[in-house]
Design a binder for this molecule. Structure first.
Ligand SMILES: Nc1ncnc2c1ncn2[C@@H]1O[C@H](COP(=O)(O)OP(=O)(O)OP(=O)(O)O)[C@@H](O)[C@H]1O
Length: 485
C-alpha cells in the first residue's frame, strides 16, 4: 500500500476495496482533485481513519470478513463527519434503503461506474460535508449568541426588577408606604388598571415601575408618557403611530405609544391634564384593544396594561365635567394615593440618608454626614415638592459643600426660611388633603411653629413672643410636634 503525502489544500478520500485494479481505477479518477488513500480491508481503513483527516470514504460493498455496509455503519458511529459512499455491483433496493438508514450513506454508486459520474459524486460529497460543517458552526454560534442574548436579556430584566422593586421605595419602619406597597404588590399580579394619585414628586412613577416589574408583564416594556405634553394636533400620531407617507414629513413608519408598550405597561402621567380629544381617543383604545396607525389600512391589536397618575383630585374633575366618567372608571380599576412627604415626616430621614449615598456615588464624592440636628431640620420643612425637592436640595448641598458635614446652614434659602410659595395651586401642596380638621390644623400648626423657629434660629424667647405664646407653652408644642430634637 503506497499512501500519498497529504496535500494541505486538497480534500482527502479513502478508497476501501480489496481488488487492486478497482483501487487503481478509483485512484486514477480521483487523483487530480483529491488526496487519495487506499485500503484493502476494514482493518487497514480503520488505521487510516484513526490517523488521517478523511473527508469522504468510498467503500466497496464486498469485503473480506465483513460487508461494506456494516463497516460504513461503524464509520458513521466512530467518525460521523466522514461522508460515506458505497459502491456495489448489484441493485437491491432494500439493501440500499437499509444502507441509507443504518449507515447514513450519502450515495450508492453502482458498478460499472463512469469516471465523470464518480468524480462528480465525490465532489458533491465534499461540498455537502463543508456545508454541514458550516451549518453546525452557524447553529452553534446562533445557539451561543441566542443563549448569551437570552442570558443578557434575563440578567437585564433581573437587574431592572431589583432596581425598581418595592424595597427600593425608601421609607421608615411603620411608614404609611408599607401598606401602600403591600396593596400595590398584590394588585401587580392582576391585569387591572391602576390610578396613582398624589402631589408632584411623591413617587407615583416609582410606584408604577415597581408594579410593572412585579407583574407578569415584567419582561415587556414600561413606557412613560407625559400626557400633558402632547398637543392635540399630534395626538393621533403619538398614541397610535403613523405609516410612512401618511402626511407631509412622515418619512418613516412611527410606532405609537401603545405599540411601543405592547406586551408591557404604559404609564400615563398627568392624566388629569388631558383634553377631551385625548380622552376620547384613549377610551377607544382601551375599549377596543387595538390601534390604527395614521395611514394604515388595518388596525393593530395592542395588549397593554395602563397605570395612570395625576396630582389632581380626578373624581372632582369628573364631577366638574373636566374628565370623562367612562374613562375614569376604565383607568381607576384600583386607586392608590401617595401621601405627601410632610404627612410622613419619618420617611425623610431614611430618604435623606439614601440620597446622600446615591448623590455622593454619582458625583464621585466620599459622601457626607447628616448630623441629627440637620435631620430634625429637614423633617420640620414641609417639602412642597416632596421627595424630588428633598433629593434636589441634598444634591445641591453636596455639590456646594463637598465632603463637609451637611449642617442646616448648607441648604437653600428657601428651605432655610421654610418658605412655600403662596399661590392657590401651591396651597394644595401645603395644606393636607386628608385627615380630620383637627389633624390637618395640627400639620399646619407644626409648620407655622417650625417656620418661626427657623427664622429666629431656634431662639425660643423670640419665637414665643412672635407667636403670642409663653416659653413653656412653646416648649410643650415643640415637644408635641417633634420639633424639640
Ligand atoms: N420613597 C422613595 N424613595 C426613594 N426615592 C424616591 C421615593 N419616592 C420618590 N423618589 C424619587 O423622587 C423623585 C420623584 O419621584 P417620581 O417621579 O416617582 O414622583 P411623581 O409623583 O411621579 O412626580 P411627578 O408627578 O412630578 O411626575 C424620583 O427621583 C424618585 O426616584
Amino acid at each position: 500500500m503506497t499512501q500519498p503525502l497529504i496535500s494541505e489544500s486538497l480534500p482527502t478520500v479513502l478508497v476501501v476495496d480489496d481488488e487492486v485494479h478497482s483501487q487503481d481505477a478509483l485512484r486514477r479518477t480521483l487523483d487530480d482533485d483529491f488526496t487519495v488513500f487506499t485500503a484493502s480491508s476494514a482493518e487497514e481503513a480503520r488505521g487510516l481513519l484513526e490517523c488521517e483527516p478523511v473527508n469522504v470514504i468510498l467503500c466497496d460493498q464486498r469485503m473480506p470478513g465483513q460487508t461494506g455496509m456494516s463497516f460504513l455503519k461503524e464509520v458513521r458511529e466512530r467518525w460521523p463527519e466522514v461522508v460515506r459512499i458505497a459502491i456495489s455491483g448489484y441493485t437491491d433496493s432494500e439493501d440500499i434503503i437499509a444502507g441509507i438508514n443504518e449507515a447514513g450513506i450519502y450515495q450508492y454508486i453502482l458498478k460499472p461506474w463512469g469516471p465523470d459520474h464518480l468524480l462528480e459524486s465525490v465532489r458533491n460529497a465534499v461540498e455537502a460535508q463543508s456545508l454541514q460543517r458550516q451549518n453546525s458552526r452557524l447553529d452553534l454560534e446562533l445557539r451561543t449568541s441566542t443563549g448569551v442574548l437570552r442570558q443578557r436579556t434575563s440578567t437585564k430584566i433581573t437587574r431592572a426588577r431589583n432596581h425598581f422593586g418595592f424595597d427600593r421605595i425608601v421609607r421608615a419602619l411603620g411608614s404609611p408606604l408599607d401598606s401602600i406597597c403591600a396593596t400595590a404588590e398584590r394588585v401587580a399580579r392582576y391585569d387591572i388598571s391602576v390610578l396613582v394619585l398624589g402631589e408632584s414628586g411623591t413617587g407615583k412613577e416609582l410606584l408604577a415601575r415597581a408594579i410593572h416589574y412585579a407583574s407578569p408583564r415584567h419582561t415587556g416594556p414600561f413606557v412613560v408618557e407625559n400626557c400633558a405634553a402632547i398637543p392635540d394636533t399630534l395626538l393621533e400620531s403619538e398614541l397610535f403611530g403613523h405609516k410612512r407617507g401618511a402626511f407631509t414629513g412622515a418619512y418613516e413608519d412611527h410606532p405609537g405609544l401603545f405599540q411601543r408598550a405592547h406586551g408591557g405597561t404604559v404609564f400615563l402621567d398627568e392624566i388629569g391634564e388631558t383634553s377631551p380629544a385625548f380622552q376620547v381617543k384613549l377610551l377607544r383604545v382601551l375599549q377596543e384593544g387595538e390601534v390604527r396607525p395614521v395611514g394604515a389600512a388595518r388596525p393593530v391589536p395592542v395588549d397593554v396594561r395602563v397605570i395612570a397618575a395625576t396630582h389632581r383630585q380626578l373624581e372632582q374633575r369628573v364631577r366638574d365635567d373636566l374628565f370623562r366618567e367612562d374613562l375614569y372608571y376604565r383607568i381607576a380599576g384600583v386607586t392608590i394615593t401617595m401621601p405627601p412627604l410632610r404627612e410622613r415626616a419619618a420617611d425623610i430621614v431614611p430618604i435623606a440618608r439614601k440620597t446622600v449615598l446615591d448623590v455622593a456615588a454619582e458625583l464621585g464624592h466620599p459622601g457626607a454626614e447628616l448630623p441629627d440636628d440637620t435631620l430634625a431640620f429637614l423633617q420640620a420643612y414641609p417639602w412642597p415638592g416632596n421627595i424630588r425637592e428633598l433629593r434636589n436640595e441634598i444634591a445641591r448641598a453636596l455639590a456646594l459643600h463637598d465632603g463637609q458635614q451637611l449642617t442646616p446652614g448648607v441648604f437653600s434659602a428657601r428651605v432655610l426660611q421654610g418658605r412655600t410659595r403662596g399661590t392657590i395651586d401651591d396651597m394644595s401642596m401645603v395644606v393636607p388633603q386628608s385627615g380630620t380638621l383637627v389633624e390637618r390644623l395640627d400639620v399646619i400648626e407644626a409648620m407655622v411653629l417650625r417656620e418661626s423657629l427657623l427664622r429666629h434660629r431656634w431662639n425660643k424667647t423670640r419665637t414665643a413672643a412672635e407667636l403670642g405664646l409663653s416659653r413653656v407653652g412653646l416648649r410643650a408644642k415643640m415637644q408635641r410636634f417633634g420639633l424639640d430634637k
